[in-house]
Write a protein that binds this ligand. Structure first.
Ligand code: KG4
Ligand code: ZN
Length: 350
């Protein structure tokens, strides 16, 4: 194991996650416990339930991570926890665990920004391999249920380039899936169903105001919802029962929606690349698991000779390995936070 060994803690939303990551970015263990079952009856994440579930799950999740890594708490050299943004009650659970652990054991502490974790996650590797050192300069695209954003990273400094003006891309997938009667999170299921549709049969337009870089997904979501309403008027069933095969026009509509959603990402990347050439593109976040996006990006980047790092599937969704890895890099740059002074914030600029 390459020291220092980092303990990572992530509880910003509805996943309780603990990881142990070596100095070279080797993930010794990354355990994520989903709270989906607890929130499902309510059709979305209930903040009060989320914080209680984190408290309940933490002992088991952390024990599993230490067992898998084959290390003890005495071997941990630094502690990292997500400080924001996210649900405040959820953040407080993980942050308090991290702060007290670091303070009690006299270890360096890092309160990590959730998006900084996602941004550097494409450099992590699977199967116990060391992470790739992030290049001095790269562009990060973070696509998740809460964020759709572009950042320029230079020597560890992070400059925001564009955000979404309304819905995040994952949120649009979820809301469309909810209208179809699918359980939360609907994004993966919409993606799966879209694989079986013909996007050309139901083309939707990419919201493309001028040459601006910002994203916008609420217009696209509305287009898709209106189109679904029209199908319903024609007598097409637009509620998807558990195992039943949805009608072809619904599958086509989902394919059209997904193509436009991914198309908007590529459109903004192209705009940015014309403005300032992208040296390397690092793509992360839950929506980075999207099948179409994972197929489209390599070709798009190859055509423009842009190096691409797509986050490995296990680190797409929220996880603690990315938090520990971000902390390892901060530690290497000589940074640290005071465990007694760190505070959680539901909204937090990068
Ligand atoms: O990063 P993440 O786990 O949580 C945050 O939002 O921070 O991302 C979850 C989001 C959800 O909106 C989920 O529906 C979406 O990512 N998602 C997908 C896919 N897998 C997850 N959206 C589209 N296609 C997918 N394959
Ligand atoms: Zn996230």
């Amino acid at each position: 194991m390459r020291r220092p060994l980092a303990l990572g803690i992530e509880t910003s939303c509805d996943d309780t996650a603990c990881a142990l990551v070596a100095a070279d970015g080797r993930v010794l263990a990354s355990v994520v416990a989903s709270q989906l079952a607890a929130h499902r009856p309510y059709g979305g994440v209930v903040p009060e339930i989320a914080s209680r579930e984190h408290l309940r799950a933490w002992p088991e999740v952390s024990a599993a991570a230490f067992a898998r890594a084959g290390v003890s708490l005495a071997e941990v050299d630094l502690v990292a926890a997500t400080k924001g943004p996210g649900l405040i009650g959820s953040l407080l659970v993980g942050l308090a665990v991290g702060q007290t652990t670091a303070w009690a054991r006299g270890l360096p502490f890092h309160g990590v920004h959730h998006l900084e974790g996602h941004l550097f996650s494409p450099f992590l590797r699977e199967a116990g391999e060391a992470a790739e050192a992030a290049p001095a300069e790269f562009v990060g695209l973070v696509v998740s249920g809460g964020h759709t954003a572009l950042y320029a990273v230079a020597d560890g400094r992070i400059e925001p380039l564009a955000e979404t003006r309304d819905d995040a891309i994952g949120e649009a997938f979820d809301k469309l899936g909810k209208r179809l009667g699918l359980p939360y999170p609907q994004g993966p299921r919409v993606d799966e169903l879209a694989e079986r549709g013909q996007a050309e049969a139901a083309p939707l337009t990419i919201a493309a105001p001028g040459r601006e870089l910002f994203f916008s997904y609420s217009g696209l979501k509305t287009q898709a919802l209106v189109a679904l309403g029209r199908l319903e008027e024609k007598g097409v069933a637009t509620t998807i029962a558990d195992d039943a095969e949805p009608p072809a026009p619904v599958l086509d509509l989902l394919a059209g929606f997904r193509a436009a959603a991914v198309g908007q990402l590529l459109d903004r990347l192209a705009r940015l690349h014309r403005r300032r050439p992208i040296p390397l593109l690092a793509v992360s976040g839950g929506v980075a698991a999207n099948r179409l996006l994972r197929r489209a990006l390599p070709a798009w980047c190859a055509e423009r000779e842009i190096a691409l790092r797509l986050v490995p599937l296990p680190y797409c969704g929220d996880n603690a390995a990315m938090i520990a890895w971000a902390a390892e890099q901060r530690h290497a740059r000589g940074l640290a936070d005071d465990p007694l002074a760190a505070s959680a914030a539901s909204r937090l600029a990068l």
